[in-house]
Ligand binder design. Structure first.
Ligand code: ZN
Length: 739
């Protein structure tokens, strides 16, 4: 590839006094060019479109004296990485920077460890990403530039242990960091940059430095807010101002790297796959994923939910980024999540499940080790087989479109302005509860950003609003349009009750679709119970058919929440009503005081199911199978039964289906034994046979089928537009390709 050749040449020209001779450079350049030409034959386009497998040895300050570069080069080969992330600068520099305050790693001496690694990687034909971590400095920097640092309301600098936090609105970001980026580009010509903590001080801390006070006054015409108050318009302006500044930084850094390194020398701030986490850091998912050529994800282990969280993350990111771009994700090979042990191996099963679910969501693998030398060497065996499998099957794992008829709506504004300081409870729990019920029911779905409903919603039969409360009038109009075009809708909790700023409307924004009107108390939308109440839902017998298919032998369902009276339009159906809590103890008192009320738990109007009973939030907390079944029943009803996948066989599988021209690709991740228990998986349990039927899209004949993990062809039978395949057993995951 020509670009690589020129890069090495220019290094020789820029640094003629470097120890390596000009002749060596040319020889290395020729070898690199040859390697790169081989790679170019297999993939074309700029590096960010074809670098699928990544590796990162996250260098500690001790590593300059123990980094065995030849060993790691061999490891790069063994694990089939195409790109490496190498620590360059920021809080700690791993090269002799010309900037005197750019703190060199304690054990670096005069060495250029970053430069040596970047050269080794380039010589091996790999893409190099220079890693920055740049939101704080040592004290000498603070003393030299006290006006570059974030200050609290008392004027004292914000500290992070012994470091000082830099202010995103100051010259540290506007001037200093771009010049460091240029220095790194001039020295080593990385293909791009990643910055770990690029977005600076989080939402919990307001910076009152002079730069912030002046910039905010210029833009908002007001003084900085004195406290966190979501109802204060100035505080909301500060939220929006803070988001906008991170986007300015994103664009500023990209201008700097492109100017110094060419049009494909890109800068990427790291992003979390969790919207709530993005919100806390003022990282606007829609703006960032919408402008980026690719996304580097930092989302390394499952939180309180299961591995399926990672497939959801991949689909959510691609929903904004686009499905032709890539989203590699840093995956910890060390113990992370429930207890962090930076230099101890994560059990291979736990790490690999996370990676497999990433693949199922369109994420590319990226092994991540902390430090270059380990006494626990088990971690060196975790990634290799996964990376090799990925290389062998990569054409099936990128540039594809999800095949799903169910969309689950999300919106970061809802996380911010409805969720406010409790997004985990108010926003994430209903989203997780609903999507987990879809996983349990083997119903493929795509997360869909509310603002892309009109663009991407055409193939959807059913749309889910999992307690999406803050919606603008325009967003409500888009949902109305979707329903008017024949789409089914399921809305839970207090969906659409608030406007985009989280202020309650007098009635639901979608009351006309729901056939139900809010008559509850002010503030009800955030007054949800943290406790599981002893309440129930009563099934209306004559309305059981069609929508509550799984509950023939019961008149009641466990609920756990509370409901309020509501005004209903004429002609709506109410298949579920509220049974108020009654005592649990002593058993003698445990009888219903009021067996039947008129308070609706579920309202049906046309193809719209409004479920004020917040079953999705409660499922994520209480994990009652009846709740998952009810949600899945409603989705099948709203989709008119149009779900493109059927799977028979025992076990819990996260099922994701994609199309490429002429083929269908279906992922089945075996979650049977991984459960929701607070465990770290160290074992695998094979499933029995799965009978899989996929509704074939146009252009797929279904005559041939292959199992990419078992590594063999299997028979497919086609009838009425459906292809049927038997998977004998799934140990951890399987991917079926039907062509
Ligand atoms: Zn500031």
């Amino acid at each position: 590839m020509v670009g690589v050749y020129h890069r090495s040449l220019s290094l020789g020209i820029l640094f003629p006094s470097m120890k390596t001779s000009r002749r060596d450079f040319l020889t290395a350049a020729a070898a690199t060019a040859a390697t790169s030409q081989l790679r170019a034959a297999a993939a074309s386009g700029p590096w960010h479109q074809r670098t699928y497998r990544w590796g990162q040895t996250n260098i500690t300050e001790k590593d300059p004296v123990r980094y065995d570069i030849p060993w790691w080069r061999e490891f790069w080969k063994r694990t089939r990485v195409q790109g490496v992330i190498i620590n360059a600068g920021g809080i700690v520099a791993y090269y002799p920077s010309k900037f005197p305050l750019h703190h060199r790693a304690e054990f670096l001496g005069d060495r250029d460890l970053y430069g040596e690694l970047a050269k080794a990687a380039h010589d091996d034909g790999l893409v190099v990403i220079a890693r920055m971590d740049s939101n704080r400095t040592a004290e000498d920097f603070f003393q030299a530039h006290p006006d570059w640092f974030a200050r609290n309301a008392s004027g004292n600098p914000y500290r992070a242990s012994d470091k000082y936090v830099t202010c995103v609105n100051g010259p540290y970001y506007d001037e200093y960091l771009p010049s460091v980026l240029k220095e790194i580009i001039d020295r080593s010509h990385p293909e791009g940059f990643a910055d770990n903590s690029w977005s600076g001080l989080g939402r919990d801390s307001i910076c009152y430095c002079e730069n912030c006070a002046r910039t905010f006054r210029d833009k908002a015409g007001a003084a900085l807010p004195r406290k966190h108050d979501w109802s204060d318009p100035v505080y909301r302006q500060w939220i929006e101002f803070s988001y906008a500044r991170r986007i300015e930084i994103w664009d500023l850094n990209n201008r700097a790297t492109k100017a110094a390194g060419g049009p494909d020398c890109l800068w990427f701030g790291m992003n979390s796959g969790a919207v709530t986490s993005q919100s806390r850091s003022f990282r606007d998912c829609k703006a960032i994923f919408g402008r980026a050529e690719m996304v580097f994800l930092d989302h390394q282990s499952r939180g309180t939910s299961g591995f399926e969280e990672n497939a959801d993350t991949g689909k959510l990111v691609h929903g904004v980024l686009g499905w032709d771009k890539i989203a590699p994700e840093s995956m910890a090979m060390y113990q992370a999540g429930r207890g962090t042990f930076r230099v101890a191996s994560k059990p291979a099963a736990e790490a690999r499940f996370w990676m497999y679910e990433g693949f199922a969501g369109g994420i590319q693998p990226w092994w991540h080790h902390i430090g270059a030398w380990h006494e626990d060497k088990r971690m060196y065996h975790t990634a290799e087989p996964v990376m090799k499998w990925h290389e062998a099957n990569e054409k099936y794992l990128v540039k594809r479109r999800p095949l799903a008829t169910v969309g689950v709506v999300w919106s970061q504004k809802n996380t911010d302005y409805y969720g406010q300081d409790r997004p985990a409870e108010l926003v994430d729990a209903p989203y997780r509860g609903f999507t987990e019920s879809l996983v349990r029911a083997r119903i493929p779905y795509v997360p869909i950003h509310i603002d892309y409903l009109e663009r991407d919603g055409a193939g959807l039969k059913a749309l889910v609003l999992p307690n999406v409360v803050a919606l603008s009038d325009g967003q409500c109009a888009a949902i109305r349009k979707f329903v008017a075009a024949g789409g089914g809708l399921i809305a839970t909790g207090f969906s659409s009750l608030c406007n985009e700023w989280g202020d309650a409307r007098p009635d639901f924004g979608l009351a006309d679709l729901f056939g139900a009107h809010f008559t509850g108390a002010a503030g009800a939308e955030r007054n949800v119970s943290a406790q599981t109440l002893h309440s129930y839902l009563r099934i209306t017998p004559e309305q059981r058919a069609g929508v509550l298919g799984g509950f023939d032998e019961t008149e009641i369902l466990p609920f756990g929440g509370t409901l309020q009276a509501m005004k209903l339009d004429a002609g709506v159906k109410v298949p579920l009503t509220f049974i108020a809590p009654f005592p649990v103890l002593p058993p003698e008192t445990s009888w219903m005081r009021e067996p039947k009320t008129d308070i609706p738990g579920l309202v049906l109007k046309g193809r719209v199911a409004f479920l004020p009973a917040e079953i999705d939030r409660l499922y994520s907390r209480d994990n009652l199978p009846d709740h998952a079944r009810l949600l899945a029943d409603l989705v099948r009803w709203a989709a008119g039964g149009d779900i493109p996948l059927r799977v028979e066989g025992r076990g819990v599988f996260d099922c994701s289906v994609y199309t490429q021209p002429g083929r269908v690709i279906a992922h089945f991740v075996n979650l049977t034994a991984t459960g929701r228990m607070p465990v770290t998986d160290d074992d695998l349990t094979p499933s029995g046979a799965l009978e899989v039927s996929v509704h074939l899209p146009a252009g797929v004949s279904g005559r041939a089928a292959r199992l990419l993990v078992a590594g063999k062809g299997v028979n497919a039978t086609v009838a009425s537009g459906w292809a049927r395949v038997t998977i004998p057993s799934v140990l951890d995951h399987e991917v079926v390709v039907i062509e």
